[in-house]
Write a protein that binds this ligand. Sequence first.
Ligand SMILES: [Zn+2]
Length: 258
Amino acid sequence: MKEQLEQISQWIISSRRIVIFAGAGLSTESGIPDFRSPGGVWDRYDPEDFYFQNFLSSEASREKYWQMATEMYEPMKKAQPNLAHLAIAEMERLGKLDCVITQNIDGLHFKAGNSEDKVIQLHGTAMAVSCLTCGKRYDRDEIQERLRKGMKAPKCDTCGGPLKPATISFGQSMPEKETQEAYHRSSISDLFIVIGSSLVVQPAASMPLVAKRNGAKLVIINRDPTSYDDMADLVIHGQAGPIMDSILKEAKKKIDNP
Ligand SMILES: [Zn+2]
């Protein structure tokens, strides 16, 4: 293990375009429940109610959606970045981060200190709400306050259109700009580090492949094995927080004493 951490820190020093690919494992280490796991909200709600088409077509679906979204938002709002988030933010400060491509919607990369232009949020963000008709954005807390006061399916102040958290729902297409940007950054990266993702959700899961095909070194840090482990240059199975913390400490030692 020590040799592996050493190797990755060496690659961080010598690489110029490092892309971090962050998955749900990063959020669960901050205490945010994995909503797909047993006992998660999907056990108590019917996913059918949350398809984007249903949200668009039925006021009843919108009300159920907001009820569930409120339940999911509470732990997210309280969550704090863990050692892995902090290590990624440190990489930015050291000038060692091209970007983070994240599947997470909890905004923890920003709480850790990453800047807006370094984070590509593939699945949107739960920290904002947008109008599906005119695109107007709202702060999430402002809308949650309306729900707390009894509103069931909030509407846009400007145009009366339905408001929805700015996340990508089932049946809703991936954000075009973010997806393209993520593929582009993957294709020109020279070190691609997957953290806390089992790489099953497409199209995001094909990004390590794009990076690898274009010559990047591929590192996977995940609790469980993934189907990409065989093609990776280095794989570590374990908790992302302590592992990333050790790697960054090692890298900083090398920077301080070259
Ligand atoms: Zn509107």
